[in-house]
Design a protein around this ligand. Structure first.
Ligand code: NDP
Length: 475
């Protein structure tokens, strides 16, 4: 019979996703711009299931049952547009195109609307889990209209990761909602990784631990509330020794972190929406700073790297563990706030509790914590912040003293902890009875007559700063 799904883009992600479909018994047609790659997939993995080679997009479309389901897994941006432009004239109304690459959610909205003009249904599908996830079960964040999801969702749910028989895949919302959520997922991933890196840096520079010893601590933490994929692989990377130097591998890896851009998109969207995702933002900035090696060298030369402060304060590793947990909770809370705001602006109606639920397995940020976040959001769907739910209010309050000790020791010891300290500042600011924003308002009124509100009566007010400094009620 005809193939049930077609996958175009046979680089690592598309190839593994196609194999995943085939391994689950689906009939799959595979295509790649450079045909040899699709041929290789059929040759090497054809025994895993029903994989049919398509040498062109025409052949791919011809191989598919109707309505056709074409999954596009190519380089995001112009690559995706090129494939879609070529596909559209080949498809019929009612057919479904699902972009499973890392598209910007605004591009997904645009493509959804453009294809709708041709009657072609479009899904923007966020896929996380890297190449192993694509093969063995990713976390899948689809954005689509309900009728589109009815065509493609059942397939995605079968190949996604599962927790207790529940798929880590659910309809997130319409058009760009899935890619928006995938973007925020990646932003949280940036914060998680930077937090782990800060914890490691503190172990080394405050506590004098070698990477192997730090690896042991992370391995131990992986059996606690911090249990997560990223903490687990941190233990492995830190324990790895380098064949060439016989020292720790981490010591010979260039300390300049790269990024493909989803962290930057997260921060840009957050700025547009006015949502303070300070943990994700600092993590993104930390990568940029690390990569700015010329400036780092110049400033190190100019300022010196010796801290004039006394010897570094020590903190117990248990403080680090608690600080990391609290900070991780805050970065999730901030990410979820961003989804809430994006959903409100775009009228997507995203159900927040569904997100930690589908992140419990398959994706890079999978963590024990996500089950608790799901439960807290299910019980308190209208909580204005994850931090305002009873479970996490208590969890963070209990760990706040440890977080404060850790940030204090880091500052004292000259160890940069941009995310830990940003997260602490965020908590302190949110909890403050009064913020110095009152003074900012006063200054704005002074130089720009921007007016201010008062705490004791309604209305807008202006002080005649340049004249007699009396206060007048503004229009
Ligand atoms: P790449 O992002 O490296 O993209 C390579 C694929 O895109 C190849 O199949 C290539 O075809 C095709 N391609 C590029 N430009 C065009 C074009 N103009 N027309 C047709 N085909 C084109 O592949 P990955 O497998 O790494 O990722 C695929 C998608 O999944 C990307 O959007 C990526 O962001 C996303 N993603 C990747 C993850 C990862 O861990 N790598 C994780 C989650 C999502 P050809 O062989 O002919 O050059």
């Amino acid at each position: 019979g005809h193939a049930q799904v077609g996958v175009t883009g046979m680089a690592v992600m598309g190839r593994n996703l196609a194999r995943n479909f085939a391994r689950h018994g689906f009939r799959v047609a595979v295509h790649n711009r450079t045909t040899s790659k699709a041929e290789a997939v059929v040759r090497e993995f054809g025994h895993e299931g029903d994989l049919t080679l398509a040498r062109s997009l025409e052949e791919l479309v011809a191989a598919l049952e109707r309505p056709r389901r074409v999954i596009v897994m190519v380089a995001a941006g112009p690559g995706t547009d090129a494939v879609i432009d070529e596909l559209v004239p080949l498809l019929d109304p009612g057919d479904v195109v699902a972009d499973a690459g890392n598209a910007h959610w605004r591009d997904t909205v645009r493509r959804h609307d453009a294809l709708a003009e041709h009657g072609i249904r479009f899904a923007g599908v966020g896929v996380s889990g890297g190449e192993v996830g694509a093969l063995e079960g990713p976390s899948v964040m689809p954005g689509a209209d309900a009728d589109t999801y009815a065509e493609i969702g059942p397939f995605l749910e079968v190949v996604s990761a599962h927790v207790d028989d529940e798929p880590c895949c659910t309809l997130v919302g319409p058009d760009g909602a899935g890619h928006f959520v995938k973007m925020v997922h990646n932003g949280i991933e940036y914060a998680d990784m930077q937090l782990i890196a800060e914890g490691y840096d503190l172990m080394r520079r405050l506590l004098g631990m070698e990477p192997a010893a730090a690896a042991e601590v992370f391995r131990e933490w992986d059996g606690t509330e911090l249990e997560s994929y990223l903490v687990g692989i941190t233990a492995e990377v830190l324990a790895q020794s380098d064949a060439g130097t016989a020292g720790p591998l981490v010591d010979v890896i260039r300390d300049a972190a790269e990024q493909k851009g989803t962290g930057r998109w997260t921060v840009q969207s957050a700025l547009d929406l006015g949502v303070p995702v300070t943990g994700i933002a600092e993590a993104t900035m930390a990568r940029a700073l690390s990569g700015d090696t010329a400036r780092r060298a110049a400033v190190r030369d100019a300022l010196g790297d010796q801290d004039p402060a006394g010897p570094p304060a020590r903190v117990p590793t248990d403080d680090l563990r608690q600080a990391l947990y609290a900070a991780k909770v805050v970065s999730y809370a901030q990410g979820l706030d961003l989804v809430r705001a994006g959903s409100a602006e775009q009228c997507w109606d995203v159900e927040l509790a569904e997100l930690p639920r589908i992140w419990r397995d398959g994706c890079i940020i999978r963590a024990r914590l996500l089950a608790d976040i799901t439960e807290a959001l299910e019980r308190h769907p209208d909580a204005p912040s994850l931090l305002a739910t009873p479970t996490f209010a208590r969890a963070v309050t209990e760990r706040l003293p440890a977080l404060r000790r850790v940030v204090g020791a880091a500052v004292q010891g000259g160890v940069p902890v941009p995310v830990l300290s940003a997260v602490l500042a965020y908590l302190d600011a949110l909890r403050a009875e009064r913020l110095p924003a009152a003074l900012v308002q006063g200054l704005r009124d002074y130089f720009g007559a921007h007016t201010y509100e008062r705490v004791d009566r309604p209305g807008s007010f202006h002080t005649a700063w340049a004249a007699d400094r009396t206060e007048v009620e503004a229009g």
